[in-house]
Design a protein around this ligand. Structure first.
Ligand code: NAD
Ligand code: GLY
Length: 368
């Protein structure tokens, strides 16, 4: 088992990474307060892993809250089901909420923990690659609004993150690729050598090679912990973790939540951010193409939806959380391995990015 630390003073917590950790009740128990736990999961993950987690926590009084699956359910109605479950089972303030599932469950269970009786103990047990490398770490919790992705929520840190890498064995290939979008993100924004490592290991990752997955998860979590430790509430550097997300969130909102997976939308959005960085003269064409090739080898869409016009993008991007005083800030690359957040770009560069023929661009790269 590897242990990393998110350093946030009194709100610091460990990230445990290893095979079979789901069964390690003693490890979890270190971070549980009181005698009551509420495990929040969904209809897909619960039949796979809830029994094991429940058995590991046999010493505790448990409530199991099983939600409908999918991004389309990341909303008020589903959140209310968590509060219903907590209140019906008379959970008090010394309750621990445990999120067992992907980013949708983690974001919702975390938000519920932040709100229930003004805040109860919370533990993340992420089971998708995306949630293991990104969403379970850093304390962003929340739900979607029909007009904007993740628009309602709270910063609320967990007490611990427990990553059982063996749980990825049941993850559909499409979901694994979605997680790789966030892994590649770390290479692009802050760790150029990691990009090279990913280029060598991308096939092993897609084949669920355990050593490769563990290393990718550790390096990703270490990068995320560093950034969150430096800027918990996103007043600066944390926004770089949103590379490709402003374009991506527009895709998710426009297409309908769940039609494009979050990681897929981030994949295509990252291609747009690479292209805009190239248009500004910050990265070379060959560097843009290097990024696109890696995203494509990860099994991600690298062409935004054909039906989305520049006007669609601009309308959705106007409600991005990086808009400040009406100014849309974008995460762009100054070079591979270094990102900036800026509103200081010519509008024509954004317009040209939105009108680029991405299908033609990707075709021109050939098959390799
Ligand atoms: P998800 O939670 O919808 O999970 C993807 C699918 O995989 C679901 O159908 C789920 O039931 C299933 N699943 C989960 N674990 C499984 C397993 N081990 N075996 C088989 N199936 C499994 O999606 P996600 O990609 O994990 O997370 C995306 C969400 O995370 C989005 O809502 C996004 O906004 C959010 N997010 C949040 C942050 C953050 O910092 N809080 C960061 C990135 C993304
Ligand atoms: N996923 C972006 C962040 O946690 O800030």
């Amino acid at each position: 088992m590897q242990t990393l630390q998110v350093d946030l003073g009194t709100r610091s917590y460990p990230i445990y990474i290893g095979r079979g950790l789901l069964d390690d009740g003693a490890l979890l128990a270190r971070h549980i307060v009181g005698r009551q736990v509420a495990i929040v999961s969904n209809e897909t993950v619960a039949p796979l892993y809830l029994q094991r987690l429940s058995a590991a926590l046999a010493d505790f009084k448990q409530t199991h809250i099983v939600l409908p699956d999918g991004e389309a359910h990341k909303n008020w109605e589903t959140l209310q089901l968590i509060f219903d479950g907590l209140l019906q089972a008379r959970h008090d303030r010394r309750t621990t909420v445990i999120a067992l599932g992907g980013g949708v469950i983690g974001d919702m269970a975390g938000f519920a923990a932040a709100c229930y009786q003004r805040g109860v103990n919370f533990i993340q047990v992420p089971t998708t690659l995306l949630s293991q490398v990104d969403s379970s770490v850093g304390g962003k919790t929340g739900i979607n609004h029909p007009l904007g992705k993740n628009m309602i929520g709270a910063f609320y840190q967990p007490q611990a993150v427990l990553i059982d890498t063996a749980s990825l064995a049941t993850l559909p290939a499409r979901e694994l690729s979605a997680g790789l979008a966030e892994v590649i993100k770390y290479g692009l924004i802050c760790d150029e050598p990691f990009l090279g490592w990913l280029e060598t290991n991308i096939d092993a990752l897609r084949q669920l090679d355990d050593a490769a997955l563990s290393e990718a998860i550790e390096r990703s979590c270490a990068a995320k912990a560093r950034v969150v430790g430096a800027d918990e509430r996103e007043s600066g550097i944390r926004a770089t973790l949103n590379l490709g997300h402003t374009f991506g969130h527009a895709i998710e909102t426009h297409m309908g939540y769940g039609v494009w997976l979050h990681g897929e939308a981030v994949g295509a959005g990252t291609v747009m951010a690479l292209e805009m960085s190239r248009r500004l003269g910050w990265i070379a064409e060959a560097e843009r193409d290097r990024g696109i090739r890696l995203l494509r080898r990860a099994g991600l869409p690298v062409v935004p939806p054909q039906e989305m016009t520049p006007e669609h993008f601009l309308e959705h991007m106007a409600v991005d959380k990086k808009v400040l005083d009406g100014q849309l800030r974008l995460v762009l690359l100054q070079r591979l391995g270094e990102a900036v957040v800026t509103a200081d770009y010519p509008r024509e560069a954004l317009q040209a990015t939105l009108t680029t023929d991405y299908a033609g661009l990707v075709d021109s790269l050939g098959d390799a």
